[in-house]
Design a protein around this ligand. Sequence first.
Ligand code: ATP
Ligand code: MG
Length: 260
Amino acid sequence: MSDQPSLVEMRNIRVAFGGVHAVDDVTVDLRRGEVVGLVGGNGAGKSTLMRVLSGAHPADSGEILIDGKPVVIANPRDAKNLGIETIYQTLALADNIDAPGNMFLGRELLTRDGSLDDAAMESATRNVMQRLNPNFKNFKTAVGWLSGGQRQAVAIARAIHFNARILIMDEPTAALGPAETAQVRGLIQQLKAEGIGIFLISHDIHDVFDLADRISVMLHGRLVGTVDKTAVTTDEVLAMIIMGKQPEQVTQSDLAELHS
Ligand SMILES: Nc1ncnc2c1ncn2[C@@H]1O[C@H](COP(=O)(O)OP(=O)(O)OP(=O)(O)O)[C@@H](O)[C@H]1O
Ligand SMILES: [Mg+2]
């Protein structure tokens, strides 16, 4: 443990939709180079909590601190300015454009005479990709033709080229096969090594155990708890997700029920 403030702290966040407490007094944090798995059943409030951090939805109350300082995140632009980027499941890529074109979509590099600087954009894309995924070679292929794992790499490259320090990944491997999932796991390890913090939403408990350092469990809008991955078993996390129990409260009959 260090005295450094967390990269992100979300304190006592609440979001209600009409009578539904989608996020109910939730406190989570994320450190540099850390992956925090955010897990819970359908409707637990995971995406809503992360939409607050990405500026897509305002919290009704609560506080957000970045590097220990309170910040206001009123819209996606505020979040991006703070280095917070979201990798959406749909990836938000333009399928008919190549990787460099997607990296710089809406933020194109221009030559001095004002035309597109394709060479500079390709070279910048190669540089980022070299760090992330050295096997990536398809710089001139429309991304619609790339594999799911490669598309994920393009989306992540775009985020980190524009100085993301905090990544939100909502189900990054949900639509991928085993080989591509392995590729995305490699990407996440690389991002961690660079000190980027990642909130990883996943329904796949094995993904979470592979990738996360800590696991925050939500149920019905509330935080059940946050645990160190090395201190719990998958069964204990399942009991948190399904029964809302703390690991030390889980009994033999709970475990039997989980497996029935
Ligand atoms: N825009 C909205 N309007 C009304 N209710 C919403 C809205 N977004 C989410 N909710 C409700 O808030 C609760 C939490 O939803 P949320 O999408 O955050 O859950 P989740 O944990 O991401 O679930 P899933 O695993 O299914 O993606 C649910 O009851 C959902 O129906
Ligand atoms: Mg969701």
